[in-house]
Design a binder for this molecule. Structure first.
Ligand SMILES: Cc1cc2nc3c(=O)[nH]c(=O)nc-3n(C[C@H](O)[C@H](O)[C@H](O)COP(=O)(O)OP(=O)(O)OC[C@H]3O[C@@H](n4cnc5c(N)ncnc54)[C@H](O)[C@@H]3O)c2cc1C
Length: 276
């Protein structure tokens, strides 16, 4: 075994496909039951991949999984990595070791102290879309693009939505202008997730849109930048032999294309180092 890839989103899958094609023996460990990462939670059309049209995020995830299967990647699903100690990776279902390690664990929505439930949805995507909002009062927390996007989707599905933002909204003006009819409450607020109230006012559902944070496996003492793994231009972290790619890093604008490209660059770099 030459390389272990942790995380089966666009970055990890692309890295694995290229490693396989470059003749590098690798295994891909994915915590969840399916490949595709954050794309698995997007029922929206992905308009941002050059050359790919008419596919939802979930369909993009399925295509990536199909590609991994077609080239014969050794994928272990339901295999969350619990701890990394040097080149030794301990997962829920076994221990792996290889000279090169690729951290492709992406990011996850910030909870802001809320606990997800059937009324409290953390982050954008499929959870919000399956929430019954018609005729119901929905509070969206946050002031970024996702808050305004999700508020529009709730409004369009017949929900009565209010945005709560602690400071002046940072969302693109374009998105803010699309929902002039949605109230935006700016300033401190008291949200009670047990009583489902905000400043003592009752709501039926909460949508928590506080952005994303990097997911870094335990045990790694890597240099971080604003919580994201710092990498050099080859994708190598502060720990020799440990690479990182995609949204877990501080490197590029996060999206499917850049994450995939980053995974490819890391694969190429590992194959070059193995030839030396
Ligand atoms: C609702 C939504 C819509 C989006 N729409 C678009 C769009 O239209 N266009 C676009 O380009 N981008 C879009 N994105 C962003 C895009 O999905 C991400 O930029 C991309 O998925 C990042 O890829 P990644 O591989 O770096 O990380 P991720 O996709 O986050 O994948 C990381 C993977 O690592 C796994 N993992 C984490 N920790 C462990 C562990 N300890 N052990 C094993 N596995 C682990 C996770 O389960 C996950 O599968 C969207 C995101 C969301 C949430």
């Amino acid at each position: 075994m030459d390389a272990i890839i942790i995380g089966g989103g666009p970055a990890g899958i692309s890295c694995a496909i290229w490693l396989k094609k470059l003749g590098v023996e690798c295994v891909l460990l994915e915590a969840s039951a399916q490949l595709g990462g954050l794309q698995t939670r997007s029922p929206y059309e992905n308009l941002w991949i050059p050359g790919v049209q008419g596919k939802t995020g979930q369909q993009v995830a399925a295509s990536l999984a199909d590609h991994a299967k077609a080239v014969g990647i050794d994928v272990r699903l339901g295999c969350p990595v619990l701890f990394v100690d040097g080149q030794q990776v301990t997962s829920l279902v076994g221990t792996y070791s290889a000279p090169y390690l690729v951290i492709a664990t992406g990011s996850q929505p910030r909870t802001g102290g809320f606990t997800a439930s059937d009324r409290i949805i953390i982050g954008p995507g499929v959870g919000m879309e399956t929430l019954d909002v018609k005729g119901r009062r929905v509070a969206i927390f946050g002031g970024g693009d996702n808050a305004f996007d999700q508020a529009r989707f709730v409004r369009d599905r017949g929900g009565e939505v209010t945005i709560f933002s602690r400071s002046a909204p940072r969302a693109q003006k374009l998105l803010q202008d699309m929902i002039p009819d949605v109230p935006v409450v700016v300033g401190p607020y008291q949200a009670d997730q047990d009583a489902m109230t905000i400043n003592s006012e009752a709501f039926d559902a909460f949508g928590v849109m506080f952005g994303f944070e990097a997911v870094v496996p335990d045990g790694l003492a890597l240099d971080l930048d604003n919580g994201y793994v710092r990498v050099d231009r080859f994708g190598e972290t502060s720990e020799p032999g440990v690479y990182a790619c995609g949204e877990v890093t501080d490197y590029w604008h996060p999206c499917v294309t850049t994450s995939a490209a980053h995974g490819i660059q890391v694969a190429k770099q590992i194959s070059i180092r193995l030839q030396r």
